[in-house]
Each structure stands twice: as structure tokens, then as C-alpha cells.
Write a protein that binds this ligand. Structure first.
Ligand SMILES: [Zn+2]
Length: 292
């Protein structure tokens, strides 16, 4: 596959500023993100949310592309209108249809550097394998196959990667995460250029990935109020194996609640600030090896 147009997207969530400031950096350092074999476009996804320093204005922009479809251009929702614009700009119906999207995010949870793939497309897996060959601590999270159309911006194209870095507080810029994200973006662009120009890519034949299983909600009361918090024994232990009987919640009344689901899964996005709105305490994944 030959990629002609790459979009690097920041500010999909307005309070995740690593990507927003990387777009600023690249304004003056275009050469960092240019490669001879394709064009690179920089896109600030939700400028109004960035200006106000909030995740979104009316609805989550990154839940506004069901199955890669556009939002409603006449909607009263700021993000539905912006999704329609981004669809015209980047999507299959657009004038400058892009072949590959890199969407930049940050998390308050201990995600390290995580590449999120919406599918197990060979091109995406090989891109991830290329990155981990250079940076072995990078995690790969695959959301494929959980039974509904992906509402994410990256669903606009089949070949795309999100970069999630954490822990970073919302609205905060951190030197280490800024540099690491820049490095990972550079590696993905190097990979695309190498494939475009027919270079042999050396990468491992099997890739360790964390496959999405399910989101786990906080314990709730009758009126849907949160009755407990993430247990101290789980806090910060993203990508560490979880066993039945391990403490996961500590109730407001001081009780410990333990895990009783499938043994040996791996929790991620633990106590993620952005997921309180949805009541999600963490996400369970299964560690598997995928052939690439
Ligand atoms: Zn985000």
C-alpha cells in the first residue's frame, strides 16, 4: 500500500495539550514531520475546546464518527458540526482524502506510551511493530471486534494510529511526554516512508498486543452515583495482570471489593479522569501475540 497523505491530528480532546503544542512546534519545524514520499497535514481537531481548555463543548468529538460517518453539519452540537467538517477534510468523501491518520491524545492514567489501533490491519500492526522495535516499552492496544461501529476520528480511514501518553494531568504539558510523543510520531512517519519507497522493514514476526475486552464501571448507587473508588492496590498498575480476588475498589464506607471476572486479564485506563463522565473505572484487555 502506498500512502500519499498523512494527517497528524491534535486537540481532538481540548484538554489533552501534548498534541496541541506539538502542532505548534511543527509549524516552525516542518521538516520533522515531512518525508519525501508523502504529504503531511497538521489538523487541530477541536479548536473551540482547546481554546476553553475542556475535553469538548457539547459532546465528545471522538465519539462523533460512528463507523467513520460524518456528524450532522446542521446540528446544534459544536462537535457534530466539527465532525462533519473533519469528514469533508479527511474522510473518504473529502477533497484531501488522507490515507493515514495519527491522532494524538494524553491520559491521566498510567498508560505510558500506548498505540491504539482500531483494527488489526496488517499495515497498522507493522507500523506498531516498527515502533516497538525501536522503543520496546511502547504498548499496543487493539480495540477491534467489540461489536459496534467505532465512533472515533480514526475510523475515517482503515489505516490509522492513536498515540495515548500518560500519566499527564488534563491541560498540562510535560517535557518527557512531549518529546516521547514526537519521537513516536517520527518513527511512524519513517515507517510509512520506508514502505512507500520499497525498503525492507525488519520487524519481529509476532507482536504482543492488548486486545480490548470490556469497560468496568464504578460501583453505583440507586441514583447512579459513584459509591467507591479505584483501590490503592490497583491504582497506577495499568498493563499489570489482574487475578480473581485482587482488590479493585474501595467503597466510601471503607469496604474492599475484589475482582471476580475472567482471570489473567490486563487493566488499562485505570482511574482515568476523562472516563468519570461515562462511569468507567478501567478497561480490561487480554494480552495476546498477533502474527505480523
Ligand atoms: Zn483523548
Amino acid at each position: 500500500m502506498r500512502v500519499r497523505n498523512v494527517a497528524i491530528v491534535g486537540g481532538t480532546h481540548g484538554n489533552e495539550v501534548t498534541g496541541v503544542y506539538l502542532l505548534e512546534r511543527w509549524k516552525e519545524n516542518l521538516r520533522e514531520i515531512e518525508r519525501e514520499s508523502f504529504d503531511t497535514t497538521r489538523v487541530l481537531a477541536n479548536p473551540e475546546a482547546v481554546r476553553r481548555g475542556v475535553r469538548y463543548i457539547d459532546q465528545d468529538l471522538n465519539r462523533s464518527f460512528p463507523g467513520g460517518e460524518p456528524g450532522d453539519a446542521d446540528s446544534s452540537s459544536c462537535e457534530a458540526r466539527r465532525a462533519a467538517e473533519l469528514y469533508r477534510l479527511l474522510g473518504p468523501g473529502g477533497n484531501s482524502h488522507v490515507d493515514f491518520i495519527i491522532d494524538l491524545h494524553s491520559a491521566t492514567s498510567n498508560m505510558g506510551i500506548t498505540l491504539t489501533l482500531l483494527n488489526a490491519h496488517e499495515y497498522n500492526l507493522k507500523a506498531a511493530a516498527y515502533v516497538t522495535r525501536h522503543l520496546p516499552h511502547v504498548n499496543i492496544y487493539v480495540i477491534e471486534g467489540h461489536g459496534r461501529a467505532h465512533p472515533y476520528l480514526n475510523a475515517l480511514v482503515a489505516t490509522a494510529v492513536s498515540i495515548e501518553v500518560g500519566p499527564v494531568p488534563q491541560g498540562v504539558l510535560r517535557h518527557d511526554k512531549f518529546e516521547e510523543t514526537n519521537r513516536v510520531v517520527g518513527l511512524i512517519l519513517d515507517y510509512i516512508h520506508a514502505i512507500n519507497t520499497g525498503q525492507d522493514i525488519e520487524c519481529q514476526s509476532a507482536l504482543e498486543v492488548y486486545l480490548h475486552r470490556e469497560a468496568v464501571s464504578y460501583p453505583r448507587g440507586r441514583n447512579n452515583e459513584i459509591l467507591g473508588m479505584v483501590h490503592d492496590a490497583l491504582e497506577g498498575h495499568d498493563f499489570r495482570i489482574l487475578h480473581r480476588g485482587d482488590p479493585i475498589f474501595y467503597t466510601l464506607q471503607g469496604d474492599t471489593l475484589t475482582y471476580d471476572g475472567d482471570d489473567g486479564l490486563y487493566p488499562i485506563f485505570i482511574n482515568e479522569a476523562a472516563y468519570y463522565g461515562e462511569g468507567v473505572a478501567f478497561v480490561l484487555t487480554e494480552k495476546i501475540n498477533i502474527a505480523v
